[in-house]
Design a binder for this molecule. Structure first.
Ligand code: HEC
Ligand code: HEC
Length: 233
């Protein structure tokens, strides 16, 4: 019987050897796979990012451009005309317009005291009255309430809320992306903000936080990115 036993033992040994070599091969394959996987994902990460990554990159670049746009829209030179109240505002502290100037029909002032009674088509630096007209030739007037970027307590609306208003074509004269870009590039009332003239005390009015060229470039990047808006209220 020793012979039978030893041959069984030999068979057993062979089986174990086979198994260990199978095990070794699979471990080896696993390691190769793991290395290949890490290398390839690192390479992919460095070269072309997947479709998801590039969409979110585009969105975050668009949102960064929007933050720049928002800083201009909500600066005093712009937002003093984009109020929610029945009056325009003045100065860097955005105080209520003097002489009780009120919005009136179409934002052009009260009958008898229209904006144009005082505001000409050019800045009147000797008196400190700013002036200008929009590109439809309409004189100096307030933006319609649908284009307000403040609440009725004169608090500036959030970035998300202003973005929604600006991109809502029922509220913005049906401007699409290229229309908004053109508005920012060429609308005379927008350009006025970079040439706002002198205050009644003779000092120069302050300018928006970006140059006009930077503002237009930011608008172009935002429009190219699909005009993303921040989430939230
Ligand atoms: C003198 C008042 C006045 C000033 C200053 C002014 N706006 Fe406006 N804005 C208007 C009026 C009025 C409209 C409505 C369209 C029209 O009548 O031209 C308007 C419309 C707009 C619109 C399109 C509507 C929307 O909500 O999408 C944008 C964008 C805009 N203004 C941006 C600006 C920016 C940017 C500035 C400053 C750089 C600025 N405005 C300064 C009066 C003004
Ligand atoms: C009685 C004359 C008068 C009338 C009427 C008048 N304004 Fe003015 N407005 C002025 C003067 C003067 C200033 C300059 C005040 C200052 O800078 O301290 C001014 C400044 C402003 C400014 C501030 C510019 C800035 O960014 O600081 C805005 C906006 C404005 N007016 C809009 C209007 C609108 C819109 C109307 C009509 C609804 C109107 N005004 C009616 C005389 C008038």
């Amino acid at each position: 019987m020793p012979d039978k036993n030893s041959s069984r033992a030999r068979k057993g040994l062979i089986m174990i050897r086979k198994r260990t070599s199978v095990l070794r091969i699979s471990v080896f394959l696993l390691i190769v796979l793991a290395i290949w996987f890490t290398l390839s994902s690192a390479l992919v990460g460095r070269t072309a990012k997947g479709p998801d990554a590039s969409t979110s990159d585009r969105r975050s670049e668009g949102l960064a451009a929007w933050r720049q746009i928002y800083s201009v829209l909500t600066s005093p030179r712009c937002i003093n005309c984009h109020t929610a109240t029945n009056y325009p505002q003045q100065g860097d502290d955005r105080h209520r317009h003097f002489a009780n100037a009120i919005r009136g029909p179409e934002g052009k002032g009260a009958p008898g005291l229209n904006c144009v009674s005082c505001h000409q088509t050019e800045n009147a630096d000797s008196t400190g009255v700013p002036g200008g007209h929009n590109w439809h030739g309409h004189n100096w007037h307030l933006a319609p309430l649908s284009m307000r970027w403040q609440d009725t307590n004169d608090h500036i609306l959030s970035s998300a809320a202003v973005c929604r208003a600006v991109t809502d074509r029922t509220k913005n004269n049906a401007l699409d992306g290229p229309g908004l870009l053109k508005h920012h590039e060429e609308e005379p009332l927008v350009l006025w903000a970079w040439n706002p003239g002198r205050r009644p005390d003779g000092t120069a009015r302050s300018l928006p936080p970006l140059t006009h060229a930077e503002f237009v470039a930011a608008t172009r990047r935002w429009v190219d990115a699909g005009m993303p808006c921040p989430k939230g209220r």
